[in-house]
Write a protein that binds this ligand. Structure first.
Ligand code: ACM
Length: 656
């Protein structure tokens, strides 16, 4: 839409009412580009009306609908002519920008697109008391917003969230709840990871077995409790899929929230669910079976069979019809080389095409698919690996393990999702004893907040190729929506700020201040989140393979400066790398060589740690004494593990 749309709320009061200052400072997330706070506030009254120009009516109805639910006010939407609506509009804020002016007697929202208006409405909602997000009428709330002038626009055009619905399944209504949470944070791209080894989740009419077989497995898998999910079919199998009707509904629901849905159909790897249903398209003879665990599996599509391409093209043809997005994700990550190197037909194909490595064969595969995708007016996006054997011409690279800078330098568009800043399946704390079991890693909120999507060293002239960033949620160990939300928030709010707000304006302390109201908003919306608290653990040491023996022996770390008070020290031994782990017999503390505390339980630290937190009751420290932490450990399955030792000694709560 070219005309400028305006939305004016509550111009019915002529008198200036400089009511009390708002109780709290504005806490908009993501932080607007420009915001001036003025004295006074706008009070939303029951007789307020929303005037909207022709192009603003839909957003006005959206805003009115939200406001009505919690205020109970009628809030009529009144159509105005476009001439008065566009008066004084600023059209320089880009396709997603908006201007919001809150004064004591009116709220005026202007944008050059309905997307900008929608984002302005989100900011306005965040200026009102958090009860505005209640789904029921809330009495006795002073519905006022502080007077502000905001001019706002996003830094990046791709502000994404990826959800893996293959490892675990979330139904249509659950996906829509996630879209609502994205919209609140002005995130605009939902990357829907619809297929993988553990389940195929999209109905394809031409290949019904993809969902009758490929969408179901014998149980929840991944070592999770069967009651951690309700996603069971009538026959008791675990799984589910979206019908084409549901897919269209989700795409429309997202569009109403100015979110583009990018479908991902994984190829040539991560294809076991598809191959369980249609083994004839695989490398090797099969049979294939949907696994109950994650990892990189050998069940991959065969590029040497013309019928494989026919199948994938048929699937993509249906996908193109379901999704309005001009961009389609075809995966391309983690293709194990062995199936192709051991397959005579693939070897013959490589010889015929002059391809020297499996990477080049993958590239050949991707380029062939890209031709088909482009011929249908769509653009292909794939994970880092699609660039390895020569990048398909117009492809967009989604960088998770590098290659983004090189691809951008080569003229490709890039979306940055590096594991070290964007993998929301990683632990949010180093203290695993207080977190749900996760895949591993460590990605605290502050680290996400410090993410810089533009790779270091990229020529400024080429930075426009960095479309933005995205949080990825792989769901091996996440079987239900509440757990999805816990992993996503507040880290996804931090990513929203990274991708929307000005780099220079980012300030973690201010972000965590704003989180207090953000959390109240999420409470109103019924969205689960992790309560942010700074990491209080201190790293007091580490161990190297040279210190680990196959029989039990003690390792010692100096903690003299860490014994600061009487209390209970929480000590954890956290494996970080190596093929093996260590069994732990006990952890103890000595004062000038004499043991004063010990936790005698057995634990293990490795890829799947168990009981690796030790509690030591510490008496009041003796000035000048030397304190040593000791642990008796033995390598398990080998002695190559590396890890860190953490110490947390919270002060005893003050006595009355
Ligand atoms: C990925 O995490 N395998 C893209």
């Amino acid at each position: 839409m070219n005309s400028t749309a305006t939305l004016i709320l509550g111009v019915c009061i002529g008198t200036l009412t400089f009511s009390a200052l708002a109780e709290t400072e504005p806490s908009i997330i993501p932080l607007p580009q420009r915001m001036e706070l003025h004295d006074g506030s706008f009070k939303l009254r029951s007789d307020a009306k929303i005037q909207a120009g022709p192009d603003a009516l839909k957003t006005a109805e959206f805003l009115a609908g939200t406001l009505r639910k919690s205020t109970g006010y009628p809030l009529a939407v009144v159509a105005t002519d476009s001439a008065s609506a566009t008066k004084d509009a600023n059209t320089n804020l880009g396709p997603e920008g908006y201007e919001l002016s809150v004064t004591a007697d009116s709220v005026v929202l202007r944008a050059s697109t309905s997307t900008g208006l929608f984002y302005g409405a989100q900011s306005l909602l965040q200026l009102l008391p958090t009860e505005i997000f209640s789904s029921q009428v809330v009495a006795n709330v002073n519905w006022q917003a502080p007077c502000v002038q905001i001019q706002d626009w996003p830094r990046f055009k791709w502000r994404g969230f990826m959800l893996d619905v293959s490892r675990h399944f979330y139904n249509k209504s659950e996906v829509e709840q996630i879209l609502d949470a994205m919209a609140l944070h002005k995130l605009n791209t939902f990357h829907w990871h619809l297929t993988d080894d553990n389940g195929w989740r999209i109905e394809i009419k031409k290949y019904p077995k993809l969902t009758s077989i490929g969408a179901w497995r014998s149980g929840v898998g991944f070592g999770l409790a069967s009651n951690s999910t309700a996603a069971y079919g009538p026959d008791g199998r675990y799984g589910g899929f979206y019908t084409q009707k549901e897919i269209r509904e989700v795409v429309a629901y997202a569009a109403d929230r100015h979110i583009t849905v990018i479908p991902e159909i994984e190829m040539p790897g991560h294809a076991l669910a598809a191959l369980t249903a249609y083994p004839e398209f695989g490398t090797g003879d099969g049979p294939f079976e949907i696994p109950m665990v994650g990892g990189v599996n050998p069940g991959i599509f065969s590029p040497a069979k013309p019928e494989t391409f026919q199948f994938l093209q048929d699937v993509l043809t249906e996908v193109f019809q379901l999704f309005s997005s001009p961009i389609v994700h075809i995966g391309g990550d983690e293709v194990p080389p062995e199936p192709w190197t051991h397959d005579a037909a693939c070897q013959a194909l490589m010889k015929k095409e002059g391809l020297k490595t499996p990477d080049e064969l993958e590239s050949w595969f991707i380029r062939r698919i890209e031709k088909f995708v482009n011929a249908h007016g769509k653009t292909l996006i794939g994970w880092s690996e699609i660039a390895r054997g020569g990048l398909a011409k117009n492809a967009i690279v989604m960088d998770w393990i590098g290659g983004g800078r090189e691809a951008a330098a080569d003229g490709h568009d890039v979306v940055m999702t590096p594991t070290s800043f964007c993998y929301l399946d990683y632990y949010q704390s180093r203290d695993h004893s207080t977190e749900p079991h996760a895949i591993g890693g460590y990605l605290p909120l502050q680290k996400v907040y410090e993410f810089e999507p533009v790779p270091a060293g990229l020529d400024p002239q080429l930075q426009h190729h960095i479309l933005g960033g995205q949080g990825n949620l792989w769901t091996e160990y996440i079987a239900n929506l509440k757990h999805v939300e816990y992993m996503a928030f507040p880290r996804l709010a931090a990513l929203a700020e990274v991708t929307w707000s000005a780099k220079e304006a980012r300030n973690f302390a201010d972000f965590t201040r704003r989180l207090q109201l953000e959390n109240k908003r999420l409470d109103q919306l019924g969205i689960n989140y992790r309560l942010y608290r700074p990491e209080t653990r201190i790293k007091v040491g580490s161990w190297m393979p040279s210190q680990i023996k196959s029989t039990p022996s003690a390792i010692e770390w100096d903690v003299t400066k860490n014994v600061t008070a009487e209390g209970t020290a929480r000590v954890s031994l956290d494996y970080t790398s190596g093929a093996c782990g260590i069994n732990i017999d006990w952890v103890a503390l000595s004062e000038d060589g004499k043991e004063i505390a010990r936790d005698n339980h057995t634990g293990f630290t490795g890829a799947s740690p168990r009981d690796s937190l030790y509690l030591l009751k510490i008496p009041a420290p003796k000035p000048g004494a030397h304190y040593a932490l000791r642990a008796q450990v033995a390598g398990f399955g080998g002695t190559d593990s590396v890890g860190d030792v953490f110490w947390d000694l919270p002060p005893l709560s003050s006595k009355p």
